[in-house]
Write a protein that binds this ligand. Structure first.
Ligand SMILES: [Zn+2]
Length: 398
């Protein structure tokens, strides 16, 4: 790569929108800030003017697929690449591939396939959603394959991922979910994070699990000092003031600098007013937006597969064909930012923060999720309405 790319326009940083901003990058960001302060005359002459916004490439830490393919169903790396590209074209330059509950053999196979893509730099990591989850709150996880927490299987999966296992979703109320000799212990010691969720738990178990993971992560913080919660509200016993369930415990813990809570902010899984209320209550540092997208992201309505389960998508909403449970999302992460910002629910700077910096923190990767010098050259250009116009990854136009 020879001459760096120079973009000039409204630059969204983690604290402000710089109206006349600029970013100079190739594989890496060289400079960014106010155009008048950072650009040389030659760079100013060369700059490409953007009418809309310049954002860091987005970071999605919970995604099952898109473009007609899904990670839980990818027998080859080429199938998984289709899903990666669907999200990348829409601005997600850092992506974690999520599995679903399946047989141990299928989980082993997917771990191997997805790890290859992590090593190539195409994926940022792997998230196992299940198999140690609540049958009652399984959502689209297949009950046939839900099993009790198995630290030995967890260790095996972590080893197969060669350092790329980022998170595993598990239910705190199950035996050996947390504590000595638990799945959470194996995860943290193996460089991954427990993501508490798909749970029918009482407040007590959630509280204890969060206390355990916080303490353990204080001793060893492999990538992030914070555990996560898998899609707050979805796959959980709903909140009721006489039967509070897990939700208030997650929110309280996150408010006290504890776990980072995932929100599927697509307007389908959680009402935008609820997203706004949670954001206004506990703030952007406690939340991360995720798509939980399945194969139908970017595709028409129809029949799809999510791991072992058949899914029907109608009006952009994915539901299990047998049953009525919502079965993953169909949004791209930028769709969520657009919905929340244009609808007046969350300010642009904070919406972008929850779609970039927060995911980067979970990964423990300081080179993505922002456009300060030294960051990877992952840049998303949008129009004024936050539709994607151009995506650069490592300085290359996608
Ligand atoms: Zn999911």
């Amino acid at each position: 790569m020879n001459t760096p790319i120079v973009l000039r326009g409204k630059l969204v940083t983690d604290t402000e929108i710089i109206d006349d901003g600029a970013v100079v990058f190739d594989e890496e960001v060289k400079k960014s800030g106010r155009a008048s302060e950072v650009l040389t005359e030659a760079e100013a002459a060369q700059a490409k003017t953007v009418e809309g916004y310049i954002l860091p490439g987005l970071v999605d830490v919970h995604c099952h697929g898109g473009g007609g393919e899904s990670f839980p169903n990818s027998e080859t790396t080429d199938q998984a690449r289709v899903a990666i590209m669907e999200h990348r074209k829409h601005g997600t330059t850092t992506l974690v591939a999520s599995g679903v509950t399946a047989s141990a053999d299928v989980l082993r196979e997917r771990a191997k396939t997805l790890t290859e893509l992590c090593k190539e730099g195409e994926l940022a990591g792997i998230h196992f959603e299940g198999p140690f989850v609540s049958v009652e709150r399984r959502g689209a996880q297949d009950a046939t394959y839900i099993i009790d927490p198995d630290p030995a299987l967890t260790q095996e999966l972590i080893d197969l991922c060669e350092g790329y296992c980022v998170t595993m979703t598990l239910a705190p109320e199950k035996d050996r979910a947390y504590g000595e000799g638990s799945v959470a212990e194996v995860l943290i010691e193996g460089g991954a994070l427990p993501s508490w969720g798909h749970t029918d738990s009482s407040p007590e178990h959630v509280r204890e699990a969060l206390k355990y993971s916080r303490k353990k992560l204080e001793q060893i913080a492999p990538r992030s000092p914070k555990a996560t919660a898998t899609h707050l509200f979805n796959g959980m016993r709903p909140i009721h003031h006489r039967d509070p369930g897990p939700v208030p415990e997650f929110v309280a813990d996150a408010a006290q600098d504890g776990a980072i809570l995932e929100l599927i902010a697509d307007g389908i899984h959680v009402a935008p007013d609820m997203v706004r209320a949670v954001y206004e209550t506990i703030g952007r540092d406690a939340l991360v937006f995720v798509t939980d997208a399945m194969a139908a992201a970017g595709m028409p309505d129809g029949s799809y597969q999510l791991g072992p389960q058949a899914v029907t998508v109608k009006d952009g909403v994915a539901r299990l064909t047998n049953g009525n449970s919502i079965a993953g999302g169909t949004s791209h992460l930028l769709d969520q930012v657009r919905l929340l910002v244009n609808g007046g629910y969350v300010p642009l700077v904070d919406a972008v923060y929850m779609a970039t910096k927060q995911g980067a923190d979970i990964l423990g990767d300081t080179t993505v999720g922002h456009l300060r010098p030294g960051a990877k050259g992952d840049v998303l250009v949008t129009d004024k309405e936050l539709n994607p116009e151009a995506v650069y990854r490592r300085g290359e136009l996608v």
